[in-house]
Design a protein around this ligand. Structure first.
Ligand code: PGA
Length: 257
């Protein structure tokens, strides 16, 4: 059985003060919810403060990016070694990084390897853009991104994959549960082919893209979908708590059926 997983990607939002405020608004309620792995990913500058606030709670911390070298003359970059003292997870290959910061599949691949080598669990993001979606190329794009992102990576249960169609991110136009479940099933098949079926059955695969408390049920009701990577809605304490709570309830119901 895979533990359901909800991560909040705060993106480039919140000052340190605001991050502390947001954590204080959600920590107690989130902490009470069992049966879901709960992760928040604030900006780098807030990681230390949030790490201290989360100590002793069941909520885990993730970063939104990192460089692939461990240390050295890379002005302005943050290394996996630095993050490993603070975080358990790191989001890699987010479509915004691919689009605005020129991250290629090769860079993402190096980052995945560097994360695992430093005991960080990667949340590898993949997903097609609108044009590819409309041209019926979703599977082709996702296949390329998964294969390239994981090239030479040893099989690992620590990997989390997030399927995030680019056209659904921040647009309010989420994919349907069925669309997401189809592509996620396909990603699991790729993992089975690349690694093996046993590991593929253990890897959590999330949906991301305009997830809210109003549509989370549609996604997590599918057994294939293990949870969500939540952007905008993770910046509102009530919304995020509701998303985690609904996931816990729905997955619990399914597992006792
Ligand atoms: P969104 O972002 O929920 O605001 O669409 C999701 C993401 O980019 O991870």
């Amino acid at each position: 059985m895979r533990t359901p997983f909800i991560a909040g990607n705060w993106k480039m939002n919140t000052t340190v003060t605001e991050a502390e405020q947001l954590v204080s608004e959600m920590i107690e309620k989130l902490d009470e919810i069992e049966g879901v792995e709960k992760v928040i990913c604030p900006p780098f500058v807030s990681l230390i403060a949030v790490n201290m606030m989360l100590r002793g709670s069941s909520i885990k911390l993730g970063a939104q990016n990192m460089y692939f070298e461990t240390a050295g003359a890379y002005t302005g970059e943050i290394s996996p070694l630095m993050l490993s003292e603070l975080c358990e997870f790191v989001i890699l290959g987010h479509s915004e990084r691919r689009r605005y910061f020129g991250e290629t599949d090769e860079i993402v691949n190096r980052k995945v390897k560097a994360a695992l080598a430093n005991r960080l669990k990667p949340i590898l993001c993949v997903g097609e853009g609108l044009a590819d979606n409309e041209a019926g190329k979703t599977k082709e794009v996702v296949h390329t991104q998964v294969m390239a992102g994981l090239q030479g990576v040893q099989p690992s249960h620590d990997l989390v994959v997030a399927y995030e169609p680019v056209w659904a991110i921040g647009t309010g136009k989420a994919a349907s549960g069925k669309q997401a479940a189809d592509t996620i099933g396909f990603i699991r098949d790729i993992l089975a082919e690349l690694w093996n079926r046993t590991i593929a059955q253990d890897v959590r695969i999330l949906y991301g893209g305009s997830v809210t408390s109003a549509n989370i049920a549609e996604f997590v009701s599918h057994p294939e979908i293990d949870g969500a990577l939540v952007g905008g809605a993770s910046l509102k304490a009530k919304e995020f708590v509701s998303i985690v709570k609904q996931t816990a309830e729905i997955k619990e119901k399914r597992s006792s059926q």
